[in-house]
Design a protein around this ligand. Structure first.
Ligand SMILES: [Zn+2]
Ligand SMILES: [Zn+2]
Length: 276
């Protein structure tokens, strides 16, 4: 064992609506092999824009996010690309998957896709929250309220996401708006939001789910990973959230140090989550 790196359970490719065409699945596989990453999960964005019957977003009368360039995942073609990479790179464990945005508001839509796609990894995440009747992107919220209020509202909505959807196994980037924390605000500290973080972690642990350490976001502290343990969390997933092949496995050595400092170790085998 020794220096084995964890799987990268959060990678985007050309099948994601927000990734450049250069984000090739093949090159991502080659980067994983070069970096000594034993497995990758291709978790391309599964976002919805048109409410279906049974989606909470219509019941609550919330206007969806209006990004014109947002498009749904072409699941069939995506799965064919995964299959092709599995044949091309037999030394790499390749998992299929998706990152579902705001799954609690799109429950029926998400369940319909996940029920037939047979994904190996499903990530849940929140990029936008309901505000004044509209699903509002995190960066836009900073223009509407104080930075502290953005984080508090966001983390409160993450609890609703976790409690309101069981379609996903891993919670991705739990404090996403931290990436856009305003330069003119007080420096970000996790302790300022400890209560809100702990509520998220308790909800996640109650469902026996998994916390992601995201290496695209500012890295969480070992203290926060200890809060996860104290909340009953038993497993951690690592995710680069790469939207470019060269970022697969980025900052994983540092992330491993943080997670180990909180008492987690490599799991049953090198493809597993890290566990207490
Ligand atoms: Zn995301
Ligand atoms: Zn992502």
């Amino acid at each position: 064992m020794g220096n084995v790196l964890p799987p990268d359970n959060h990678v985007h490719t050309e099948w994601s609506w927000d990734a450049p065409t250069a984000a090739s699945m093949r090159l991502s596989c080659e980067q994983a092999l070069a970096a000594g990453i034993p497995a990758v999960a291709f978790t391309d964005h599964l976002d919805f824009t048109v409410p279906a019957d049974g989606d909470r977003i219509s019941a609550e009368n919330i206007e969806p996010r209006p990004y014109a360039w947002m498009r749904s995942l072409d699941v069939t073609s995506y799965l064919a690309a995964v299959q092709e990479c599995r044949q091309r790179y037999p030394d790499l464990r390749i998992l299929s998957g998706a990152e579902i945005g705001e799954a609690h508001l799109w429950g029926a839509s998400a369940a319909a896709v996940v029920g037939t796609a047979g994904f190996d990894r499903v990530l849940g995440s929140l990029h936008a929250i309901p505000f004044r009747g509209r699903l509002t992107a995190a960066d836009e919220l900073y223009r509407q309220m104080t930075a502290d209020d953005v984080m508090r509202r966001y983390l409160t909505e993450v609890v609703r996401l976790v409690e309101g959807s069981d379609v996903f196994q891993v919670l991705a980037h739990l404090d996403f708006p931290r990436r856009m924390w305003p330069r003119d605000a007080e420096p970000y500290t996790e302790r300022a939001f400890e209560e809100e973080y702990r509520a998220v972690l308790r909800a996640l642990a109650a469902g026996d789910r998994i916390l992601e350490v995201n290496t695209k976001s500012p890295l969480v502290s070992a203290e926060l990973v200890r809060w996860w343990r104290a909340a009953g969390g038993r497993a951690v997933s690592f995710g680069s959230d790469a939207h470019q092949p060269w970022r697969v496995g980025a900052r994983f050595k540092l992330a491993v140090d943080v997670v180990e400092a909180a008492g987690f170790r490599a799991g049953r085998d090198r493809f597993d989550f890290w566990r207490v």
